[in-house]
Design a protein around this ligand. Structure first.
Ligand code: SF4
Length: 245
């Protein structure tokens, strides 16, 4: 098979609402230029149809669940769906990302660091699928706003939390956490993301790999906090959301 830039790793029903979704990986032959992630493979969890339409109509629930940052819920999500997600969904529609069998998928991910959910929540995909796909990967990172009632995700992803209180609830449920805050100040058991501007861009996710979930009750690694970033309008939306709850 010629060298692929991307491939479709899985198609199935969303664990969040049962709608059809697919998992596409990119960066196989040309590394991502995202300075925060470094050359991680980027995994996109895509709904039926185009992302821009999905976030406008709310059908993004199949890949984003009840995340409070969805545009139809107030809109502070940092992902610009009209950019990469839209481009990738269009390319998928043109057949640019062939569906590969599980064995080939594991070969494509072998030895690489993988970012789960460049857009979309990894909770939309069965945990057993992730475990199978990641069996050959070097490392991975992932974040989920749909961690409540999902202990199967503890060893795979960080619980995305929006307040110290939610952080404490997620930790009590056995998760490590990733918290976006307006001031970026770490609380108990948290460190500032070393790839952040406030930490001086000391590394990237490809090298750091701290955000890979919990290895169990004896995992003493810190949880992560990062200052809200992105466009002024998105930071403003986060601020409005934070004071409205
Ligand atoms: S803590 Fe490490 S893995 Fe997590 S977001 Fe920051 S750089 Fe990436």
């Amino acid at each position: 098979m010629p060298k692929l830039q991307g491939a479709t790793l899985w198609k199935g029903r969303s664990r969040l609402n049962g709608a059809p979704i697919k998992v596409v990986v990119t960066g196989l032959s040309r590394p991502s230029e995202n300075p925060k992630t470094g050359p991680q493979l980027q995994v996109w969890i895509l709904p039926r149809g185009l992302p821009v339409t999905a976030v406008r109509t709310g059908t993004d629930a199949s890949v984003c669940g009840e995340c409070p940052h969805r545009p139809t819920k107030g809109g502070s999500c940092y992902v610009s769906t009209h950019r990469a997600p839209q481009t990738i969904a269009r390319a998928y529609g043109r057949g640019r990302y062939p569906v590969v069998r599980p064995r080939e998928a594991r070969r494509l991910l072998a030895g690489r660091s993988v970012r789960l959910g460049a857009w979309g929540d990894p909770a939309a995909v069965p945990a057993r699928v992730w475990r199978s796909l990641l069996g050959t990967a070097k490392s991975h990172t992932g974040y989920s706003h749909s961690w409540k009632g999902r202990p199967d995700l503890r060893g795979l992803v960080m619980a995305s939390v929006d307040s110290p209180e939610e952080r404490d609830r997620a930790r009590a449920a056995g998760f490590r956490t990733f918290r976006v805050s307006l001031d970026g100040a770490p609380g108990p058991g948290e460190i500032v993301c070393p790839a952040s501007a406030e930490a001086g861009f000391r590394t990237d996710c490809n090298r750091c790999g701290l955000c890979d979930g919990s290895r169990g009750p004896n995992d003493r690694r810190a949880s992560i906090v990062i200052k809200a970033h992105g466009s002024a309008s998105k930071v403003g939306a986060l601020a409005r959301w934070a004071i409205s709850v």
